[in-house]
Design a protein around this ligand. Structure first.
Ligand code: G3P
Ligand code: CA
Length: 356
C-alpha cells in the first residue's frame, strides 16, 4: 500500500462521516493509486462556473480536486473536445451562430467552428447569482487544453477522469484518446488518469488499448442497462417529477445488479460509477444505486464505487456512510470542506485571482 493511500485512509479517521466501514476503505488492490475518498470535479467546478470550460476546470484544480471529470467527444476534423450533451444547444450560442445545424452533434462541426461558440453566456443567464462577465465568450476545450489546465499549477496537479460519451457516435475515439494521453506523457503516471463509460463495448476497447489505466463502468438503471423492477419508464408513467420517479426505482433483483458488477469486472474495470437519488431532487438525481448492500457487493467483488453526482453535505454523508469510495461533484469546494481538507481560499477569491 502506498504512503499516499495510507495517509488518505488515516485522514479519513478524523472525518465526521467515518464509520468503521468507511475507515477501512475499500481495501482493494484496484485502489492502490486512486485517491480516497476521491473528489471528482464533475465537468469541473461546474456549480460556480460554466461546465467543461477553462474557468470550471481551473477552479476545480485550485480547490484541490483529485480529478477533473470530462465527457469526451470528437469534432468532424478529429479534435477531441470536452462536452456533455449530445448537442450544443443547452450550453452554447450554436442556435444563433449555426441555426441550420443547431441540434447536430459536435461531429457535425470542425474544431474551428466549435471554437467560435460562446460556452459561457448561457450560464450567466441560467444562474444570475453566480454570473461573471468574464464567463461570456468562454470556448469549448480540447482534451489537450484540459491537460494544459491540469498541469498549469505544479503545486496542484489533479488527475483526469475521462468518459467516452456516446462512443458509438465516434468510432475509434478510444484509440484517439490513448494517442493524445500517450503523447502528453499522461499514461506514465499510475492513477493519474481514470477512464469511465456507460458503454460496455467502449470499456472493452479502452481496456484492450490501455490495460494499465484504471477504469470504471458507469451504472444506470433503465432499458439496456441495469434492468429495473418496474417495466414502465418515466415517459410512460405520465409523471412530472423525474427525480421522484427515478428515486423509487430499483434493480429487478440482486442478481441483476450483480450481473452488472460482473460485466464491469469482465470488461477490465476496477470500479463502478453508481447513480444517486439526491435528497433535494433535481435534474442530476437518479435511481439510488449506492445502497450499502450494493456497495458491499461491489467491494466483495474487488470493485470501487464512485457515486454520481452529489453536491450537498446531507448527500455526501449518506453516500460515504454507505461506503462509497469517491464522489463526482459539481461543488468540489463543498466536498473538500466536508472532508475536512484545507482550502487555500473560497471559490470567489480563487475565481478572481484566475481572472474571472
Ligand atoms: O461520469 C459520471 C457522471 O458524469 C455520469 O453522468 O451524465 O453527468 O456524464 P453524466
Ligand atoms: Ca460524465
Amino acid at each position: 500500500m502506498s504512503i499516499h493511500r495510507i495517509a488518505a485512509i488515516m485522514s479519513a479517521v478524523l472525518l465526521p462521516w467515518a464509520t468503521a466501514q468507511a475507515i477501512d476503505g475499500p481495501g482493494l488492490a484496484a485502489a492502490q493509486h486512486i485517491a480516497y475518498p476521491a473528489v471528482i470535479a464533475h465537468r469541473g467546478a461546474s456549480f460556480d462556473a460554466p461546465e467543461s470550460t477553462a474557468a470550471a476546470y481551473a477552479l476545480a484544480r485550485e480547490l484541490g480536486a483529485d480529478y477533473l471529470e470530462l465527457d469526451l467527444q470528437r469534432s468532424s476534423d478529429g479534435a477531441l473536445v470536452a462536452l456533455h450533451d449530445s448537442n450544443l444547444l443547452r450550453t452554447s450560442d450554436v442556435a444563433q451562430r449555426f441555426p441550420e445545424r443547431k441540434d447536430r452533434p459536435v461531429s457535425a462541426f470542425t474544431l474551428a467552428e466549435l471554437k467560435t461558440l460562446d460556452m459561457g453566456t448561457w450560464f450567466n443567464q441560467a444562474y444570475p447569482a453566480r454570473a461573471r462577465l468574464a464567463y461570456a465568450g468562454l470556448q469549448i476545450l480540447t482534451l489537450d487544453e484540459v491537460l494544459d489546465i491540469a498541469e498549469a499549477n505544479p503545486q496542484r496537479v489533479p488527475g483526469l477522469y475521462i468518459e467516452t460519451k456516446a462512443p458509438k457516435l465516434f468510432p475509434g475515439i478510444e484509440q484517439d484518446l490513448h494517442d493524445r494521453l500517450k503523447a502528453r506523457g499522461w499514461l506514465d503516471m499510475p492513477g493519474r488518469v481514470v477512464l469511465q463509460t456507460f458503454d460496455r463495448d467502449s470499456l472493452a476497447l479502452l481496456h484492450s488499448i490501455m490495460p494499465q489505466v484504471p477504469k470504471t463502468l458507469l451504472l444506470w438503471l433503465g432499458k439496456g442497462y441495469v434492468e429495473p423492477a418496474e417495466a414502465q419508464t418515466f415517459a410512460e408513467s405520465g409523471e412530472t417529477d423525474r427525480a421522484a420517479f427515478l428515486a423509487r426505482q430499483h434493480p429487478k433483483d440482486n442478481a441483476e445488479f450483480e450481473r452488472w458488477l460482473d460485466y464491469a469486472k469482465a470488461g477490465g474495470a476496477m470500479g463502478v460509477g453508481a447513480s444517486v437519488a439526491l435528497t433535494g431532487g433535481g435534474d442530476q438525481s437518479y435511481a439510488n444505486l449506492v445502497q450499502p448492500s450494493m456497495i458491499r457487493n461491489a467491494h466483495d467483488k474487488g470493485l470501487l464505487v464512485h457515486a454520481y453526482t452529489v453536491d450537498l453535505p446531507v448527500d455526501f454523508q449518506k453516500v460515504l456512510t454507505a461506503g462509497a469510495d469517491g464522489i463526482f461533484t459539481n461543488r468540489s469546494g463543498e466536498l473538500q470542506r466536508f472532508l475536512g481538507r484545507s482550502l487555500p481560499q473560497d471559490e470567489a477569491p480563487i475565481l478572481e485571482s484566475l481572472g474571472y
